[in-house]
Ligand binder design. Structure first.
Ligand SMILES: Cc1ncc(COP(=O)(O)O)c(C=O)c1O
Ligand SMILES: N[C@@H](CCCC[NH3+])C(=O)O
Length: 454
Protein backbone atom coordinates (compact mmCIF):
# COMPACT_ATOMS: atom_id res chain seq x y z
CA UNK A 1 0.00 0.00 0.00
CA UNK A 2 1.35 3.44 -0.89
CA UNK A 3 2.28 5.89 1.86
CA UNK A 4 -0.48 8.39 2.57
CA UNK A 5 0.30 11.90 1.42
CA UNK A 6 0.50 14.34 4.32
CA UNK A 7 -3.00 15.64 4.84
CA UNK A 8 -3.63 19.30 4.16
CA UNK A 9 -3.87 21.39 7.29
CA UNK A 10 -7.34 20.29 8.43
CA UNK A 11 -9.98 22.59 7.06
CA UNK A 12 -7.47 25.11 5.77
CA UNK A 13 -9.81 25.89 2.88
CA UNK A 14 -12.73 26.72 5.16
CA UNK A 15 -12.99 29.73 7.47
CA UNK A 16 -11.66 29.31 11.00
CA UNK A 17 -14.34 28.64 13.64
CA UNK A 18 -15.40 31.80 15.50
CA UNK A 19 -14.47 32.33 19.15
CA UNK A 20 -18.09 31.59 20.04
CA UNK A 21 -18.03 28.30 18.12
CA UNK A 22 -14.75 27.24 19.73
CA UNK A 23 -16.16 27.97 23.16
CA UNK A 24 -19.51 26.29 22.55
CA UNK A 25 -17.80 23.03 21.58
CA UNK A 26 -15.61 22.93 24.71
CA UNK A 27 -17.47 22.21 27.94
CA UNK A 28 -14.26 22.71 29.94
CA UNK A 29 -14.29 26.43 29.07
CA UNK A 30 -16.59 29.37 29.78
CA UNK A 31 -16.42 33.12 29.14
CA UNK A 32 -17.46 35.19 32.14
CA UNK A 33 -18.37 38.78 31.21
CA UNK A 34 -16.28 40.13 34.09
CA UNK A 35 -13.65 37.50 34.90
CA UNK A 36 -12.93 36.49 31.31
CA UNK A 37 -12.06 33.03 30.03
CA UNK A 38 -12.37 30.33 32.67
CA UNK A 39 -11.46 26.65 32.92
CA UNK A 40 -14.41 25.23 34.80
CA UNK A 41 -15.07 28.00 37.37
CA UNK A 42 -11.55 29.37 37.64
CA UNK A 43 -10.60 32.50 35.67
CA UNK A 44 -7.39 31.95 33.72
CA UNK A 45 -6.33 35.48 34.68
CA UNK A 46 -6.33 34.33 38.32
CA UNK A 47 -4.09 31.38 37.50
CA UNK A 48 -1.71 33.59 35.51
CA UNK A 49 -1.50 36.05 38.40
CA UNK A 50 -0.75 33.28 40.90
CA UNK A 51 1.42 30.91 38.87
CA UNK A 52 2.78 33.00 35.99
CA UNK A 53 2.97 31.98 32.37
CA UNK A 54 3.26 29.93 30.26
CA UNK A 55 1.19 27.41 32.23
CA UNK A 56 -0.67 24.25 31.28
CA UNK A 57 -4.17 24.17 32.80
CA UNK A 58 -6.17 20.94 32.97
CA UNK A 59 -9.85 20.46 33.75
CA UNK A 60 -10.35 17.56 36.15
CA UNK A 61 -14.06 17.46 35.31
CA UNK A 62 -13.31 17.01 31.62
CA UNK A 63 -10.85 14.18 32.27
CA UNK A 64 -13.42 12.44 34.44
CA UNK A 65 -16.30 13.01 32.04
CA UNK A 66 -14.39 11.68 29.04
CA UNK A 67 -13.13 8.61 30.91
CA UNK A 68 -16.73 7.84 31.88
CA UNK A 69 -18.03 8.42 28.33
CA UNK A 70 -15.59 5.84 26.98
CA UNK A 71 -16.36 3.33 29.72
CA UNK A 72 -20.09 3.79 29.15
CA UNK A 73 -19.80 3.34 25.37
CA UNK A 74 -17.90 0.07 25.78
CA UNK A 75 -20.34 -1.18 28.41
CA UNK A 76 -23.40 -0.20 26.35
CA UNK A 77 -22.00 -2.23 23.44
CA UNK A 78 -21.93 -5.20 25.84
CA UNK A 79 -18.15 -5.52 25.67
CA UNK A 80 -16.06 -6.94 28.52
CA UNK A 81 -13.47 -4.19 28.25
CA UNK A 82 -10.78 -2.36 30.20
CA UNK A 83 -9.24 1.02 29.38
CA UNK A 84 -5.51 1.58 29.75
CA UNK A 85 -4.83 5.32 29.41
CA UNK A 86 -1.78 5.98 27.19
CA UNK A 87 0.27 8.05 29.61
CA UNK A 88 2.49 9.39 26.84
CA UNK A 89 -0.38 11.79 26.06
CA UNK A 90 -0.10 13.43 29.47
CA UNK A 91 1.93 11.68 32.16
CA UNK A 92 1.33 14.22 34.93
CA UNK A 93 0.93 12.15 38.07
CA UNK A 94 -2.22 14.07 39.02
CA UNK A 95 -3.80 13.25 35.64
CA UNK A 96 -2.87 9.56 35.75
CA UNK A 97 -4.02 9.36 39.38
CA UNK A 98 -7.40 10.93 38.57
CA UNK A 99 -7.91 8.46 35.75
CA UNK A 100 -6.84 5.57 38.00
CA UNK A 101 -9.56 6.71 40.43
CA UNK A 102 -11.96 6.32 37.51
CA UNK A 103 -10.81 2.72 37.18
CA UNK A 104 -8.49 3.17 34.20
CA UNK A 105 -5.23 1.30 33.91
CA UNK A 106 -2.20 2.61 32.04
CA UNK A 107 -0.41 1.97 28.77
CA UNK A 108 3.29 2.82 29.17
CA UNK A 109 6.23 2.86 26.79
CA UNK A 110 9.29 3.40 28.96
CA UNK A 111 10.70 2.80 32.41
CA UNK A 112 9.87 6.41 33.25
CA UNK A 113 6.23 5.98 32.28
CA UNK A 114 6.04 2.65 34.15
CA UNK A 115 7.46 4.23 37.29
CA UNK A 116 5.12 7.21 36.82
CA UNK A 117 2.03 5.01 36.49
CA UNK A 118 2.95 3.06 39.63
CA UNK A 119 3.71 6.29 41.52
CA UNK A 120 0.32 7.66 40.43
CA UNK A 121 -1.41 4.68 42.00
CA UNK A 122 -2.17 2.51 38.96
CA UNK A 123 -2.02 -1.12 40.09
CA UNK A 124 0.56 -3.21 38.23
CA UNK A 125 -2.30 -5.50 37.24
CA UNK A 126 -3.69 -2.63 35.12
CA UNK A 127 -0.47 -1.72 33.30
CA UNK A 128 0.40 -2.64 29.72
CA UNK A 129 3.91 -2.02 28.37
CA UNK A 130 3.91 -1.09 24.65
CA UNK A 131 6.65 0.15 22.37
CA UNK A 132 8.95 -1.04 19.65
CA UNK A 133 12.19 -1.13 21.65
CA UNK A 134 12.10 -2.18 25.30
CA UNK A 135 15.49 -2.47 26.94
CA UNK A 136 16.64 -5.40 29.00
CA UNK A 137 16.34 -3.20 32.09
CA UNK A 138 12.77 -2.19 31.22
CA UNK A 139 11.80 -5.82 30.64
CA UNK A 140 13.25 -6.80 34.03
CA UNK A 141 11.33 -4.06 35.82
CA UNK A 142 8.05 -4.94 34.08
CA UNK A 143 8.47 -8.61 35.03
CA UNK A 144 9.51 -7.78 38.59
CA UNK A 145 6.42 -5.59 39.00
CA UNK A 146 4.27 -8.35 37.47
CA UNK A 147 2.42 -5.97 35.17
CA UNK A 148 -0.64 -7.14 33.21
CA UNK A 149 1.18 -7.70 29.92
CA UNK A 150 3.94 -6.62 27.58
CA UNK A 151 2.99 -5.95 23.96
CA UNK A 152 5.76 -7.32 21.80
CA UNK A 153 6.56 -6.07 18.35
CA UNK A 154 8.97 -8.52 16.69
CA UNK A 155 10.36 -12.04 16.74
CA UNK A 156 13.65 -10.60 17.91
CA UNK A 157 12.03 -8.83 20.85
CA UNK A 158 10.15 -12.03 21.76
CA UNK A 159 13.45 -13.93 22.00
CA UNK A 160 15.00 -11.22 24.16
CA UNK A 161 12.02 -11.04 26.50
CA UNK A 162 11.80 -14.81 26.83
CA UNK A 163 15.49 -14.97 27.77
CA UNK A 164 15.10 -12.20 30.36
CA UNK A 165 11.99 -13.78 31.90
CA UNK A 166 13.51 -17.27 31.94
CA UNK A 167 16.65 -15.92 33.65
CA UNK A 168 14.35 -14.62 36.40
CA UNK A 169 12.52 -17.92 36.59
CA UNK A 170 9.35 -16.27 35.31
CA UNK A 171 7.02 -16.27 32.32
CA UNK A 172 6.07 -12.87 30.89
CA UNK A 173 2.48 -12.40 29.75
CA UNK A 174 2.65 -11.07 26.21
CA UNK A 175 0.38 -9.89 23.43
CA UNK A 176 1.66 -9.82 19.86
CA UNK A 177 1.33 -6.45 18.11
CA UNK A 178 0.00 -7.03 14.66
CA UNK A 179 0.38 -4.54 11.87
CA UNK A 180 -2.82 -4.98 9.85
CA UNK A 181 -1.70 -2.85 6.89
CA UNK A 182 -4.65 -0.50 7.28
CA UNK A 183 -4.42 3.16 6.34
CA UNK A 184 -5.66 5.21 9.30
CA UNK A 185 -5.94 8.27 7.01
CA UNK A 186 -4.21 10.51 9.48
CA UNK A 187 -1.09 12.69 9.25
CA UNK A 188 1.79 10.69 7.72
CA UNK A 189 3.91 11.31 10.82
CA UNK A 190 1.44 9.63 13.17
CA UNK A 191 0.13 6.69 11.17
CA UNK A 192 1.40 3.36 12.48
CA UNK A 193 -0.60 0.56 10.88
CA UNK A 194 1.03 0.39 7.46
CA UNK A 195 3.60 -2.23 6.46
CA UNK A 196 6.20 0.50 5.94
CA UNK A 197 5.82 1.69 9.55
CA UNK A 198 8.18 0.29 12.18
CA UNK A 199 5.38 -1.00 14.40
CA UNK A 200 4.19 -4.57 14.95
CA UNK A 201 4.60 -7.66 12.80
CA UNK A 202 2.97 -8.05 9.38
CA UNK A 203 -0.36 -9.77 9.85
CA UNK A 204 0.57 -12.49 7.34
CA UNK A 205 3.48 -13.58 9.54
CA UNK A 206 1.51 -13.49 12.81
CA UNK A 207 0.34 -17.16 12.87
CA UNK A 208 3.87 -18.49 12.53
CA UNK A 209 5.23 -16.03 15.07
CA UNK A 210 2.44 -16.68 17.58
CA UNK A 211 3.26 -20.40 17.43
CA UNK A 212 6.88 -19.49 18.13
CA UNK A 213 5.85 -17.37 21.14
CA UNK A 214 3.92 -20.32 22.55
CA UNK A 215 7.04 -22.44 22.34
CA UNK A 216 9.39 -19.96 24.04
CA UNK A 217 10.11 -20.91 27.67
CA UNK A 218 9.83 -17.40 29.15
CA UNK A 219 6.60 -16.29 27.49
CA UNK A 220 2.91 -16.74 28.26
CA UNK A 221 1.09 -15.50 25.13
CA UNK A 222 -2.32 -14.09 26.09
CA UNK A 223 -3.49 -12.42 22.89
CA UNK A 224 -3.05 -9.78 20.24
CA UNK A 225 -2.72 -6.02 20.09
CA UNK A 226 -3.12 -3.45 17.33
CA UNK A 227 -2.77 0.34 17.06
CA UNK A 228 -3.11 1.86 13.60
CA UNK A 229 -2.35 5.53 14.27
CA UNK A 230 -3.27 8.64 16.17
CA UNK A 231 -5.75 11.51 15.63
CA UNK A 232 -7.92 9.24 13.51
CA UNK A 233 -10.68 11.59 12.44
CA UNK A 234 -11.85 10.30 9.08
CA UNK A 235 -14.66 7.97 10.00
CA UNK A 236 -14.70 4.51 11.47
CA UNK A 237 -13.70 2.55 8.35
CA UNK A 238 -10.01 2.05 9.25
CA UNK A 239 -10.92 0.78 12.70
CA UNK A 240 -13.52 -1.59 11.26
CA UNK A 241 -11.01 -2.99 8.78
CA UNK A 242 -8.35 -3.47 11.45
CA UNK A 243 -10.65 -5.20 13.97
CA UNK A 244 -12.12 -7.37 11.23
CA UNK A 245 -8.62 -8.60 10.32
CA UNK A 246 -7.77 -9.15 13.97
CA UNK A 247 -10.96 -11.17 14.46
CA UNK A 248 -10.06 -13.42 11.54
CA UNK A 249 -6.58 -13.87 12.98
CA UNK A 250 -7.98 -14.83 16.41
CA UNK A 251 -10.05 -17.58 14.74
CA UNK A 252 -7.04 -18.83 12.78
CA UNK A 253 -4.82 -18.95 15.88
CA UNK A 254 -7.46 -20.75 17.91
CA UNK A 255 -8.01 -23.25 15.09
CA UNK A 256 -4.28 -23.98 15.32
CA UNK A 257 -4.75 -24.68 19.04
CA UNK A 258 -3.26 -21.48 20.46
CA UNK A 259 -4.70 -19.59 23.43
CA UNK A 260 -6.01 -16.09 22.63
CA UNK A 261 -7.72 -14.52 25.63
CA UNK A 262 -7.37 -10.78 25.01
CA UNK A 263 -7.32 -8.28 22.17
CA UNK A 264 -5.88 -4.86 22.91
CA UNK A 265 -7.54 -2.54 20.39
CA UNK A 266 -5.07 0.35 20.81
CA UNK A 267 -5.89 4.05 20.88
CA UNK A 268 -5.97 6.67 18.17
CA UNK A 269 -9.46 8.14 18.39
CA UNK A 270 -9.22 11.72 17.15
CA UNK A 271 -10.62 14.94 18.61
CA UNK A 272 -11.94 18.14 17.07
CA UNK A 273 -9.12 20.67 17.00
CA UNK A 274 -10.66 22.75 14.20
CA UNK A 275 -13.56 21.18 12.33
CA UNK A 276 -12.69 17.48 12.20
CA UNK A 277 -15.61 15.15 12.94
CA UNK A 278 -14.04 12.04 14.50
CA UNK A 279 -15.98 8.87 15.18
CA UNK A 280 -17.85 8.75 18.49
CA UNK A 281 -16.92 6.34 21.28
CA UNK A 282 -20.19 4.50 20.49
CA UNK A 283 -19.14 4.03 16.85
CA UNK A 284 -15.72 2.82 17.96
CA UNK A 285 -17.31 0.36 20.39
CA UNK A 286 -19.54 -0.79 17.53
CA UNK A 287 -16.51 -1.43 15.29
CA UNK A 288 -14.87 -3.49 18.06
CA UNK A 289 -18.05 -5.44 18.57
CA UNK A 290 -18.45 -6.10 14.84
CA UNK A 291 -14.90 -7.45 14.47
CA UNK A 292 -14.28 -9.13 17.81
CA UNK A 293 -17.57 -9.21 19.72
CA UNK A 294 -18.44 -12.87 19.28
CA UNK A 295 -15.02 -14.31 20.17
CA UNK A 296 -15.31 -14.19 23.95
CA UNK A 297 -12.04 -12.26 24.19
CA UNK A 298 -11.40 -9.62 26.82
CA UNK A 299 -11.17 -6.23 25.06
CA UNK A 300 -8.57 -3.66 26.03
CA UNK A 301 -8.14 -0.09 24.80
CA UNK A 302 -5.24 2.39 24.98
CA UNK A 303 -6.66 5.87 24.37
CA UNK A 304 -4.55 8.92 25.10
CA UNK A 305 -5.48 12.03 23.15
CA UNK A 306 -9.25 11.48 23.25
CA UNK A 307 -9.24 11.57 27.05
CA UNK A 308 -6.66 14.25 27.78
CA UNK A 309 -6.55 16.53 24.71
CA UNK A 310 -9.74 18.56 25.24
CA UNK A 311 -9.06 18.77 28.98
CA UNK A 312 -6.12 21.15 28.70
CA UNK A 313 -5.13 24.63 27.54
CA UNK A 314 -1.75 26.31 27.33
CA UNK A 315 -2.07 29.71 28.98
CA UNK A 316 0.39 32.23 27.60
CA UNK A 317 1.05 35.95 27.82
CA UNK A 318 1.78 38.36 25.00
CA UNK A 319 5.30 39.76 25.18
CA UNK A 320 4.90 42.21 22.34
CA UNK A 321 3.07 42.72 19.05
CA UNK A 322 5.48 43.32 16.21
CA UNK A 323 4.21 44.99 13.06
CA UNK A 324 6.45 44.12 10.15
CA UNK A 325 6.05 45.24 6.55
CA UNK A 326 3.46 42.69 5.57
CA UNK A 327 2.57 40.83 8.75
CA UNK A 328 1.35 41.27 12.27
CA UNK A 329 3.26 39.06 14.71
CA UNK A 330 1.92 38.41 18.20
CA UNK A 331 4.94 37.21 20.17
CA UNK A 332 3.90 35.19 23.23
CA UNK A 333 5.86 33.70 26.12
CA UNK A 334 5.03 30.09 25.18
CA UNK A 335 6.99 28.55 22.33
CA UNK A 336 7.57 25.42 20.29
CA UNK A 337 9.58 23.98 23.19
CA UNK A 338 6.33 24.00 25.18
CA UNK A 339 3.76 22.98 22.54
CA UNK A 340 5.55 21.28 19.66
CA UNK A 341 2.53 20.08 17.66
CA UNK A 342 2.15 23.09 15.31
CA UNK A 343 5.86 23.03 14.40
CA UNK A 344 6.01 19.26 14.08
CA UNK A 345 2.72 18.42 12.34
CA UNK A 346 1.42 21.79 11.14
CA UNK A 347 -1.29 21.14 13.74
CA UNK A 348 -4.12 23.67 14.13
CA UNK A 349 -5.06 24.67 17.69
CA UNK A 350 -7.81 27.10 18.63
CA UNK A 351 -6.58 30.31 20.27
CA UNK A 352 -8.84 32.42 22.49
CA UNK A 353 -8.18 35.76 24.17
CA UNK A 354 -8.71 35.62 27.92
CA UNK A 355 -10.05 39.13 28.55
CA UNK A 356 -13.75 39.76 27.92
CA UNK A 357 -13.08 43.02 26.05
CA UNK A 358 -10.60 41.34 23.69
CA UNK A 359 -13.22 38.66 23.07
CA UNK A 360 -15.53 41.28 21.54
CA UNK A 361 -12.94 43.53 19.85
CA UNK A 362 -12.52 43.81 16.05
CA UNK A 363 -10.28 41.14 14.51
CA UNK A 364 -7.38 41.25 12.11
CA UNK A 365 -5.02 38.51 10.89
CA UNK A 366 -1.99 37.79 13.05
CA UNK A 367 0.79 35.20 13.25
CA UNK A 368 1.13 33.94 16.83
CA UNK A 369 4.75 33.02 17.46
CA UNK A 370 7.04 32.15 20.35
CA UNK A 371 10.44 33.64 21.22
CA UNK A 372 12.47 30.59 20.12
CA UNK A 373 15.03 31.13 17.37
CA UNK A 374 13.33 28.99 14.72
CA UNK A 375 10.91 30.10 12.02
CA UNK A 376 8.84 27.01 12.79
CA UNK A 377 8.21 28.43 16.27
CA UNK A 378 4.81 29.51 14.97
CA UNK A 379 1.52 28.52 16.61
CA UNK A 380 -0.60 29.87 13.77
CA UNK A 381 -0.43 32.08 10.72
CA UNK A 382 -2.94 34.72 9.65
CA UNK A 383 -5.41 33.94 12.45
CA UNK A 384 -8.12 36.56 13.05
CA UNK A 385 -7.39 37.96 16.49
CA UNK A 386 -8.19 41.16 18.41
CA UNK A 387 -5.51 43.71 19.33
CA UNK A 388 -3.29 41.98 21.91
CA UNK A 389 -1.13 44.52 23.72
CA UNK A 390 1.77 43.35 25.92
CA UNK A 391 0.61 41.35 29.00
CA UNK A 392 -2.61 40.20 27.28
CA UNK A 393 -3.36 36.57 28.03
CA UNK A 394 -4.38 34.01 25.42
CA UNK A 395 -5.26 30.33 25.74
CA UNK A 396 -4.12 27.77 23.19
CA UNK A 397 -6.82 25.11 23.20
CA UNK A 398 -6.89 21.30 23.21
CA UNK A 399 -3.37 21.15 24.58
CA UNK A 400 -4.01 18.51 27.25
CA UNK A 401 -2.49 15.69 25.17
CA UNK A 402 0.97 15.69 23.58
CA UNK A 403 1.52 19.17 25.02
CA UNK A 404 3.56 19.14 28.22
CA UNK A 405 4.61 15.56 27.49
CA UNK A 406 6.46 16.66 24.33
CA UNK A 407 8.03 19.77 25.87
CA UNK A 408 11.75 20.37 25.90
CA UNK A 409 14.02 23.03 27.33
CA UNK A 410 15.23 24.20 23.91
CA UNK A 411 16.69 27.71 24.05
CA UNK A 412 17.27 27.02 27.79
CA UNK A 413 13.62 27.68 28.54
CA UNK A 414 12.41 26.04 31.78
CA UNK A 415 9.52 23.58 31.58
CA UNK A 416 6.21 25.34 32.19
CA UNK A 417 4.10 24.88 35.32
CA UNK A 418 1.05 22.59 35.27
CA UNK A 419 -2.20 23.32 37.10
CA UNK A 420 -5.32 21.25 37.67
CA UNK A 421 -8.72 22.87 38.07
CA UNK A 422 -11.71 21.22 39.72
CA UNK A 423 -14.83 23.36 40.02
CA UNK A 424 -13.82 26.62 41.67
CA UNK A 425 -10.44 25.31 42.95
CA UNK A 426 -7.07 25.06 41.33
CA UNK A 427 -3.83 23.44 42.37
CA UNK A 428 -0.30 23.49 40.95
CA UNK A 429 0.40 19.87 40.04
CA UNK A 430 3.89 20.54 38.73
CA UNK A 431 6.06 23.52 39.62
CA UNK A 432 7.54 25.64 36.91
CA UNK A 433 11.11 24.39 36.46
CA UNK A 434 13.55 26.63 38.28
CA UNK A 435 16.71 27.92 36.62
CA UNK A 436 18.70 25.97 39.22
CA UNK A 437 16.91 22.79 38.14
CA UNK A 438 17.50 23.69 34.49
CA UNK A 439 21.26 23.88 35.05
CA UNK A 440 21.47 21.10 37.63
CA UNK A 441 23.54 18.01 36.95
CA UNK A 442 25.97 19.77 34.63
CA UNK A 443 29.65 20.23 35.36
CA UNK A 444 32.89 20.99 33.57
CA UNK A 445 34.98 17.97 32.52
CA UNK A 446 36.94 16.39 35.37
CA UNK A 447 40.27 17.38 33.80
CA UNK A 448 39.32 21.05 33.75
CA UNK A 449 40.98 23.24 36.32
CA UNK A 450 38.70 25.82 37.82
CA UNK A 451 35.24 26.15 39.16
CA UNK A 452 32.28 24.06 38.13
CA UNK A 453 29.35 26.06 36.88
CA UNK A 454 26.56 26.50 39.41
C1 LIG B 1 0.76 1.65 21.07
C2 LIG B 1 0.02 2.91 21.30
N1 LIG B 1 -1.08 2.87 22.08
C3 LIG B 1 -1.79 4.00 22.33
C4 LIG B 1 -1.43 5.22 21.80
C5 LIG B 1 -2.28 6.40 22.13
O1 LIG B 1 -2.75 7.01 20.99
P1 LIG B 1 -3.81 8.18 21.05
O2 LIG B 1 -3.30 9.24 21.93
O3 LIG B 1 -3.91 8.60 19.64
O4 LIG B 1 -5.09 7.60 21.55
C6 LIG B 1 -0.30 5.31 20.96
C7 LIG B 1 0.07 6.57 20.29
O5 LIG B 1 -0.32 6.77 19.14
C8 LIG B 1 0.44 4.13 20.72
O6 LIG B 1 1.53 4.15 19.96
N1 LIG C 1 2.53 13.16 19.46
C1 LIG C 1 1.52 13.07 18.44
C2 LIG C 1 0.84 11.78 18.35
C3 LIG C 1 1.70 10.57 18.40
C4 LIG C 1 1.02 9.56 19.21
C5 LIG C 1 1.96 8.64 19.89
N2 LIG C 1 1.97 7.32 19.36
C6 LIG C 1 0.59 14.25 18.44
O1 LIG C 1 0.80 15.19 19.10
O2 LIG C 1 -0.37 14.30 17.74
Amino acid sequence: MAAPAPLPIPGSETPDPSFGDLLAARPALAMDPLAGLMVEEVPLARIAAAVGSPTWVYSAGTLRRRARMLKDALAEAGLDASIHYATKANPALAVVNLLAQEGLGADVVSEGELRGALAAGVPASGIVFSGVGKTDREMRLAIAEDILQLNIESAEEAEMLSAVAASLGRKARVALRVNPDVDAKTHAKITTGLTENKFGVPIATAPELYARLCALPGLDPVGLTVHIGSQIAQGIGSYRAAYQRLGELVRELRAAGHPVHRVDCGGGLGITYRDEIPATPAALAGAIKAGLGDLGVKIMMEPGRWIAGPAGVLLTRVIVEKHATTRRFVIVDAAMNDLLRPAMYEAWHGILPVSPSAFRAPLSPADVVGPVCESSDTFTKARDLPPLPPESLVAILDAGAYGASMSSTYNARPLAAEVMVEGARFSVIRDRQSYDALLAGQRLPSWTEGQNPG
